[in-house]
Design a protein around this ligand. Sequence first.
Ligand SMILES: Nc1ncnc2c1ncn2[C@@H]1O[C@H](COP(=O)(O)OP(=O)(O)OP(=O)(O)O)[C@@H](O)[C@H]1O
Ligand SMILES: [Mg+2]
Length: 268
Amino acid sequence: MSATTATTALFQVQGLVKHFGALRATDDVSLAVNAGEIHALIGPNGAGKSTLVNLISGLHAPDAGRITLDGVDLTPLPMHARVRAGLSRCFQITSIFPKVTVLDNLLLAVQSSGGRHPGGSGRGLPRVLHTLLADRARDDALHAQAVSLAERVGLGGRLERLAGTLPHGAQRQLDVALALAAEPKLLLLDEPMAGMGPEDSERMTALIQTLKQDMAILLIEHDMKAVFALADRISVLVYGKVLTSGSVDEIRGNPQVQAVYLGTEDVA
Ligand SMILES: Nc1ncnc2c1ncn2[C@@H]1O[C@H](COP(=O)(O)OP(=O)(O)OP(=O)(O)O)[C@@H](O)[C@H]1O
Ligand SMILES: [Mg+2]
């Protein structure tokens, strides 16, 4: 067995390739995330980070390669089956329902967990949402689960707020809570700190740190302070390829990485 296949990593991506026309947006990417580990994926704009997340979550089909989670080959599975297998994601753009309360967003998520909350498509939503809420708000167990999720991400005091009226940082916290409803083994976070000031960013960093005991995390993030505070391992993606992987200290001290980021990010 080679070094990459001999691991017992919880999550593995092997030889993943994705073309968009002539562009090789994902170029033979392999990486592994161990249980209890935060693996950060960094790289300049357009490096292929979101494309990789879209391949992992099942939004795009790869041209080649394999994705496995806890011994299950996810590659042929559609998105909802990947969620059932233990994969959950937060989007680079928040996917909450802005016109319903925090609690109702969470009730929808927990009632559909196993099927994942229906955020994003919006098709036929109002009637479905109404029916689901009427049926499920009465269910004490679901209610308790929703409240517990809110508390877990620090929104326990804002259950009745309309989600769209929350400050940006709190909306991102809610987005994380929605992803947690499916009780994932691996959580994909695509730029959870995007658009945040330092205070919100620190709050989100602390939140992600608490999640680590229950799930592995693949974290895509431009905020280097957060990455260096959180990551057990970092992979650097450039032009669709993994330039290098290593510990925080190894990545910080890597001259190639510094060259890639020179003038755009502070990796010192
Ligand atoms: N659906 C698509 N069709 C065609 N090209 C795409 C598509 N999605 C992404 N690309 C291209 O693939 C490359 C990688 O894009 P991607 O969004 O994955 O980068 P990224 O690392 O997430 O960037 P950012 O840091 O800006 O979020 C870019 O050149 C982008 O223009
Ligand atoms: Mg992106």
